[in-house]
Design a protein around this ligand. Structure first.
Ligand SMILES: *Cc1c(COP(=O)(O)O)cnc(C)c1O
Length: 448
């Protein structure tokens, strides 16, 4: 496989961009990432003309794949050519806001911003403003963007910044606990309950190998936060409009958060973020409230049109049936392949998300018949239950080096583009076909 052009481009990039990239995770591919020339349905074509089946899909935003349906393309072109933006409102912002309010049960009002990071920054500020409290509880290993309040490691007794440039005094207001651990959460509330503004979590840890909540965990979070007057914030930047269809993951779990952050899919492939929730809380944002929030590009007409037309297309076509069906097929078949070739590994994911976690230990091969067949659901009766990853530490203990250094390259050599490392999620799009799935499964068989 020739990669001369990608190498040359990366060489140029290293001279003018830190690590040669504009987002840290992109440099995770070694020795250098391939540069993309263009997309085509479920595929990307790199700068040297190599074609890959693409399960990265921009790391989440591209629900429809790389070839946008005609009405989506037309709306984008129309907004771009009408003059890109104005600094005063446009109708399409109201249209998209109404669409989200109509479909997501917990959202009565919404504010659009420009990235998932900006959404979680603003949601945390709003939660603090609303409650008059300082502390935020997050899940260890959870990702909420590149922001001061959530780039934290350690545990609730010893939180520390996970990046240089963040004062220890910021980290002290963030309390990381393990996902799926009710006792740890109860302890944190016993100690700090009066000063906890919010619990911020993804409904499914989709940035850490894909970890499903145990049955009842979100109901538990809902009750505990309500009891202490804290807010429950679901970060649905990945799961929003991907898991649970247009109702998002919260409708699938039947749990109503106070606030929800959105990003990725809701902008149809353009830079976006949003904070939605109960009107009484969202009205805390300036100018109706006293929590300052503003943005030159917020509600950008091109983004709003791309998001609205994408979601409307999904509402009127078989998008979720298609992507969830292929997702189910991938997870089912991967479960069989793994049982045969690498029985300690765990297949995870739901709807249009999938991943194989290279867990080191598993139940005996004979008992695998009764495991979850289309992605780990943390069923206590599953023979794999004692071994499947329940939080970030469990995923981290997997064979992450083998995934990155051996497996990823073997998949790429077979023209399959998987996410950069063991932790990032993989996505099915409307552009993917049965044939893409077949070819990918064959590649897994060879690479595992
Ligand atoms: C991607 C992501 C973010 C950050 O969004 P950006 O648009 O990259 O800033 C926040 N939260 C979650 C759950 C994400 O997956």
């Amino acid at each position: 496989m020739n990669d001369d052009n990608s190498r040359e481009l990366y060489d140029r990039a290293l001279s003018v961009m830190p690590g040669g990239v504009n987002s840290a995770v992109r440099a995770a591919i070694e020795p250098y990432p391939f540069f993309v020339q263009k997309g085509d349905a479920g595929h990307v074509i790199d700068a040297d003309g190599n074609r890959y089946i693409d399960w990265v899909m921009g790391l989440g935003p591209l629900l429809l794949g790389h070839s946008l349906p005609e009405p989506v393309q037309a709306a984008i072109q129309q907004k771009a050519s009408a003059g890109p933006m104005y600094g005063t409102p446009t109708e399409v912002e109201v249209d998209l806001a109404e669409f989200v309010v109509r479909h997501v049960p917990s959202v009565e009002k919404i504010r659009f911003v420009n990235s998932g990071t900006e959404a979680t920054v603003s949601a945390v500020r709003l939660a603090r403003g609303h409650t008059g409290r300082n502390k935020i509880v997050v899940m260890q290993g959870g990702y909420h963007g590149a922001q001061e309040s959530t780039l934290v490691e350690g545990d609730a007794d010893n939180p520390a910044p996970s990046s240089a440039g963040i004062p220890q005094s910021f980290a002290e207001h963030t309390l990381p606990v393990p996902f799926n651990d009710e006792d740890a959460m109860r302890e944190v509330f016993e100690e700090h309950g009066d000063d906890i503004a919010a619990v911020l979590t993804e409904p499914i840890l989709a940035n850490y190998g894909i970890v499903h909540p145990e049955d009842g965990y979100h109901e538990f979070l809902r009750e505990l936060t309500a009891e202490h007057g804290s807010l429950l914030i679901f970060d649905e930047v990945i799961t929003g409009f991907r898991v649970g269809g247009l109702g998002c993951a919260q409708s699938e779990f039947g749990v109503t958060p106070d606030l929800t952050t959105f990003g990725k899919v809701i902008g149809g492939g353009f830079p976006v973020g949003a904070i939605g929730g109960r009107a009484e809380i969202i009205d805390g944002f300036a100018p109706s409230g006293d929590v300052f929030q503003a943005g030159t590009f917020s509600g950008h007409p091109v983004t709003m049109a791309a998001g609205l037309e994408t979601l409307q297309f999904a509402a009127e076509n078989d998008v979720y049936d298609h992507v969830n069906g292929l997702g189910e097929r991938l997870r089912n078949s991967l479960t069989e392949i793994v049982a045969d070739q690498a029985p300690s590994y765990t297949v995870t994911g739901t709807d249009s998300m999938f991943k194989v976690i290279f867990t080191r230990e598993g139940p005996g091969k004979d008992s695998l018949e009764e495991q979850c067949t289309a992605g780990c659901r943390q069923r206590p009766t599953c023979p794999r239950y004692d071994y499947c990853p329940k939080n970030a530490a469990d995923v981290k203990n997997a064979e992450t080096d083998r995934w990155r250094r051996v497996f990823w390259g073997q998949m790429k050599a077979q023209d399959v583009f998987l996410s950069q490392n063991q932790f990032e999620c993989q996505f099915v799009s409307y552009g993917h076909t049965d044939e893409d799935v077949e070819q990918t499964l064959e590649a897994y068989k060879h690479a595992l």
